[in-house]
Design a protein around this ligand. Structure first.
Ligand code: NAD
Length: 517
């Protein structure tokens, strides 16, 4: 069964929020403003990753329920797409307030289903909240362009919503990533169908209820659950104009390849392998703390987790101290006080992570700190993996694959140039960080390292939502990135009007057949 703290949270969340259950019931779909029990034949279990206790069951939404959601979203668009921007802005202000007020409940749901610590779950909600906050600026961010192009002639451009859009989200940030789309799709006048991760749907259900309370009308946001079959319906339905996807390479490439030939706009954030470079002139103490925090926080299940460290020159002497810091981190259930990292999402994820740790020795690398076989006495059935540090080369499996667990791989490089080469040869381009006290070293790294999100003495350089998410290379597919200015671009198309208002008594002699200039 659940730990006492988790049991209390499960009861509270289930009693307070209509769409979700964490006490062995079912998670509802949210269609046209109603929390509806699905008639699905297939259900997917969501288990507490600390104990394997069944929390809820998630439906594989049926074809007819899915088409109800699309119909609700299409119908709602007829009015929502024409509401004033002031009204949509006001709804975002209310949503902002409600999410802030109920963050602890969303965070509790995340700890239950996903396993991260309560403090980290509050950060997950907080980063999503910042996108809602940026959406309240819509009356400025949607301001268009206008120019008097010649005598009596004006051109101006409008940005209009696309219609029905969809978001397909991953398990690792159950609140933040849903809010990237929920805020920006709706504030720009679109309607949205969310297909949250089938492994932790609870946060989305609470957010849906808060959207309703904030005054988002029925049908503007809908939630349908399921896995690949439901995703394929989203790709194929002609009423859906755009898809935001965040998750792994396999699903992302499938969705991109299936939906774009049908004319849909797709933005897809994919996998990652984020490197950091520690220079010998760095502030040792701050750098080692930052690297350990970013490698092992959230049990390494962040798309911006640091998974590769390159200690240049004399900085190599600091590796034993990094290992000491990793050892000092406490692994336990997410509700327990002082827990630094909770369990990973599933027994399969744990097995995969342990497999990759094993390959290091088989392929001739070294395991410097081994988190396999860790037991947490209070949670004997949890999916725990302890902080792990390995030494490998770039041709080894542990380096080449996204492990998505608390495993930091150290690779060797003699110089900064060698380190940058390694980073640039990697297929991914989500993030890269450097730790140094030299401005010129930092600047060289910023300019020459290819990943799209660079940290200088910052281990997790996730841009705040006034900027856009800018992962690149193998970490992104599509043309228009998430949130920031490009978030508004993704959810709108431009229409440009040119008008001529000659004086009322103006006269013309004959028709002109030349291309006007
Ligand atoms: P996932 O790809 O397994 O699942 C993501 C979504 O795709 C889920 O909603 C899932 O139901 C759906 N899906 C899964 N397999 C599918 C298939 N075969 N066909 C159709 N749909 C499918 O990802 P995950 O395990 O939930 O999340 C972890 C991954 O997400 C990691 O690779 C991580 O790097 C990545 N991620 C990237 C970013 C980023 O911004 N680059 C952010 C968060 C997570």
């Amino acid at each position: 069964g659940l730990s006492p703290l988790a049991a209390e949270a499960a009861k509270e969340v289930s009693e307070k929020w209509r769409g979700t259950s964490a006490v062995g019931g079912t998670t509802k779909n949210y269609i046209g403003g109603e929390f509806r029990e699905s008639k699905a034949e297939k259900w997917l279990d969501v288990n507490d990753p600390s104990t394997q206790t069944l929390l809820t069951r998630v439906p594989e939404t049926t074809a007819s329920e899915f088409s109800d959601a699309v119909d609700a979203a299409s119908q709602a668009f007829q009015t929502w797409g024409k509401t004033s921007v002031m009204k949509r802005q006001r709804v975002m202000f209310d949503l902002q307030h409600l999410i802030r007020q109920h963050s602890p409940d969303i965070a509790k749901s995340i700890v239950l289903e996903q396993g991260k610590t309560f403090a980290d779950a509050l950060g997950d909600v907080g980063r999503g909240l910042q996108v809602v906050e940026s959406a309240t600026a819509i009356t400025n961010t949607l301001l268009g362009d206008k120019l008097e192009v010649s005598a009596d002639m004006d051109t101006f451009s409008r940005r209009l919503p696309l219609g029905v859009t969809a978001a397909i989200t991953p398990f690792n940030f159950p609140a933040m990533i849903v809010l990237w789309s929920a805020a920006l799709a709706t504030v720009t006048g679109n309607t949205l169908i969310v297909k949250p991760s089938e492994r932790d749907p609870g946060a989305t259900m609470i957010i849906a209820e808060l959207c309703e309370r904030a005054g988002i009308p029925p049908g503007v946001i809908n939630v349908v659950h399921g896995s690949a079959p439901t995703v394929n319906r989203i790709c194929d339905d002609p009423a859906i104009k755009a898809i935001s996807f965040v998750g792994g390479d396999k699903a992302g490439e499938h969705i991109y390849n299936r939906a774009t030939p049908l004319g849909k706009r797709v933005q897809a954030n994919l996998g990652a392998k984020n490197h950091c470079v520690i220079m010998p002139d760095a502030n040792k103490n701050l750098s080692l703390n930052a690297v350990a925090g970013a490698a092992f926080g959230a049990a390494g299940q962040r798309c911006m987790a640091l998974s590769v460290a390159i200690f240049v020159g004399a900085a190599r002497q600091w590796i034993p101290e990094l290992i000491d810091r990793a050892k000092a981190l406490k692994v336990s259930g997410g509700f327990e006080e002082n827990t630094d990292l909770g369990p990973v999402i599933s027994p399969q994820a744990k097995a995969k992570i342990e497999h990759y740790i094993g390959t290091v020795e088989q392929e001739g690398g070294k395991i410097l700190l081994d988190g396999r076989g860790l037991t947490v006495p209070e949670y004997p059935n949890g999916n725990f993996v302890g902080p792990t540090v390995v030494e490998a080369t770039v041709d080894m499996s542990a380096y080449k694959n996204e492990i998505f667990g608390p495993v930091l791989t150290i690779v060797e490089a003699e110089t900064l140039d060698d380190a940058i080469d390694i980073i640039n040869q990697n297929k991914y381009g989500n993030g890269a960080s450097i730790f140094t006290n030299s401005g010129s070293t930092a600047r060289k790294f910023e300019l020459e390292a290819e990943p799209g999100q660079i940290g200088v003495n910052v281990a997790v350089p996730v841009p705040l939502p006034m900027f856009n998410w800018s992962g690149n290379k193998g970490s992104f597919k599509g043309d228009i990135p998430f949130y920031g200015k490009s978030g508004i671009d993704f959810y709108t198309y431009r229409k440009t009007t040119t008008s001529l208002w000659p004086a009322a008594d103006a006269v013309g002699n004959r028709a002109s057949v030349h291309m006007p200039q």
